[in-house]
Write a protein that binds this ligand. Structure first.
Ligand SMILES: Nc1nc2c(c(=O)[nH]1)N[C@H]1C(S)=C(S)[C@@H](COP(=O)(O)O)O[C@H]1N2
Ligand SMILES: [Mo]
Length: 411
């Protein structure tokens, strides 16, 4: 073949790859930013209105980002050939493709997680998380070390070194400057990311539990002062939950105290009910073991909940004939949700006070939260303090913002 034609083709091939690379980088950056927003609890707290919008665009761009990869696939063999002699570039390519592959597969599973087994979607979520915590720092490292700016510094360093070498022999035989610069950059990125990664990984690592940390955050760890009298747990049935809660709130975690604790049932009832802590703790409780499913993909299995059956509470108040729905209010002042009266009478719908034999921690929704085990947990209102019987539908907090009207978990 004519040599000039050959080089022209090579050049064109290179340009195409470069284009695909740019698209891929653009999409990945967008996905990384929206993804990090989605896991950030500050974002959940401050901008819940746009959360679903961000989530949907994350999913859509995720699918669109398959395009450059699809266009790339037929070119891959040839690309690998051109990298025959560049081992580093080839390794980079393999690493990047594996990360993207794992993100894509787990991302697709998560998109359709409502149709899947909750164990599988929990696993997909963990893979998606881990690959994000590997992929995002890697992306940053990659874009820094490939930037013109970085290359210019490398070149300048190399030149300085050349100049010196003419005077004395290289004084640092172990690592050349180039490696030093790169490792420094890598270490810097790892240092910046490690607190976030640690924060994420903490619940999954079974860290040896030393003395409990001094409660710097009384609002998230404890009720101040509440539970005396504390409800005495029945011998737990089941127990030994598996999986980790992710603690959610759309406000600051509310502080619940003796002074502001009250529990009310009102609306279309025969007799409005109101309890303070002491009388509420006195109500007869039951125990059940149930799974806990979040619609974002994580689950906690075999949680032992102890509390009062919602139907018992409703019977005490006496539900008027006109009532069709039950509305739940959180003490955070913002979060609400509802069930139809039929759903509310189900045996496993519980106003819970203990988890695995202990008081429900504040950040977990205690001292009192709702549990609707067979529906996604956005129905399970935390810091529950009021139940109102109403005669119309009420659209709950997350449903107003895009979560499914049908909250049943398909099992
Ligand atoms: N008051 C209130 N209740 C709430 C929420 C919330 O943000 N505020 N989040 C819901 C969602 S989406 C889930 S998955 C569970 C999370 O419970 P956890 O924070 O105890 O893990 O609580 C539900 N109940
Ligand atoms: Mo959730």
């Amino acid at each position: 073949m004519d040599k000039s034609i050959f080089y022209k083709r090579q050049q064109k091939f290179g340009q195409k790859l470069k284009q695909l690379h740019h698209w891929n980088a653009l999409f990945f950056t967008f996905l990384a930013l929206t993804g990090l927003l989605l896991v950030s609890s500050d974002f959940r707290q401050w901008l819940p209105q746009v959360r679903i919008w961000v989530k949907d665009s994350h999913i859509w761009i995720g699918f669109i980002s398959l395009l450059p990869l699809l266009f790339y696939t037929p070119k891959m063999v040839k690309h690998l050939k051109t990298l025959r002699k560049r081992k580093n570039n080839r390794t980079n390519l393999y690493v990047v493709l594996s990360i993207l592959g794992a993100l894509i597969v787990s991302g697709i599973l998560l998109t359709f997680q409502r149709e899947l087994n909750p164990g599988l979607s929990s696993f997909a979520l963990i893979v998606h998380d881990i690959m994000t915590w590997v992929g995002v720092p890697y992306l940053i490292y990659h874009s820094i070390t490939r930037s013109q700016w970085f290359k210019a510094i490398e070149k300048r360093r190399a030149e300085e070194k050349e100049n010196k070498r003419m005077v004395i022999e290289d004084s640092n035989p172990i690592m050349n400057r180039r490696t030093f610069l790169r490792r420094g950059t890598g270490a810097g990125i790892v240092i910046v990311f490690s607190p976030f990664i640690y924060q994420w990984a903490k619940p999954y690592l079974n860290l040896p539990s030393g003395p409990p940390p001094p409660s710097e955050m009384p609002l998230t760890e404890a009720f101040s002062p509440l539970p005396t009298p504390a409800p005495k747990s029945k011998p737990p049935i089941g127990g030994g939950r598996t999986g980790e809660f992710r603690y959610y709130t759309v406000t600051q975690m509310p502080t619940i105290t003796d002074d502001n604790f009250s529990f009310t049932i009102d609306g279309l009832v025969d007799q409005v009910q109101e309890w303070d802590w002491e009388s509420f703790v006195g109500i007869n409780r039951g125990v059940q073991v149930a799974n806990f499913y979040c619609v974002t993909g994580w689950s906690v299995f075999d949680v032992t909940w102890e509390g009062i059956k919602l139907s018992d509470l409703l019977k005490r108040a006496g539900v008027k004939d006109k009532a069709t729905h039950v509305k739940f209010y959180s003490q955070d002042g913002v979060y609400t949700d509802s069930l139809t009266l039929d759903q509310a009478m189900d045996d496993d719908v519980m106003v819970a006070m203990l988890i695995d034999g202990e008081l429900i921690p504040n950040r977990n929704g205690g001292p009192v939260r709702l549990i609707v085990p067979r529906m996604y947990a956005y129905k399970s209102v935390k810091w529950l303090n009021r139940i109102e019987l109403i005669d119309e539908e009420h659209i709950g907090y997350w449903q107003q913002r895009g979560y499914g009207q049908d909250a049943w978990v398909k099992l």
